[in-house]
Design a protein. Structure first.
Length: 94
């Protein structure tokens, strides 16, 4: 089964460990669920929503806020750069 990795249980995104295709993906790491239904093709290393995210919601990865969603994102969708506004902390590190 294809797999994604969730760093912290409170994260709402996980990382694709391999190129993903629509269908189930096992969630590894400190997870809140055992699997996520991937909704689209997602490249390796991209962020995958592990729950529904509403526009304006915080995006959590590594147990910290990395930004805010700029659109509604469904569980199992790819999260790309244009889908979030980086938090001030992340902008300082870039």
């Amino acid at each position: 089964m294809q797999a994604i990795f969730q760093v912290e249980m409170k994260d709402n995104v996980a990382t694709a460990l391999e190129p993903l295709t629509p269908g189930p993906a096992e969630v590894k790491g400190d997870r809140r669920t055992d699997s996520v239904a991937v909704l689209e093709n997602i490249p390796i290393g991209h962020k995958v929503a592990v729950n529904d995210i509403t526009s304006g919601d915080e995006i959590m990865k590594y147990g910290v806020v990395i930004g805010r969603a700029t659109r509604d994102i469904k569980r199992g969708q790819d999260l790309i750069r244009r889908d979030l506004v980086l938090s001030n902390l992340m902008e300082q590190e870039l």
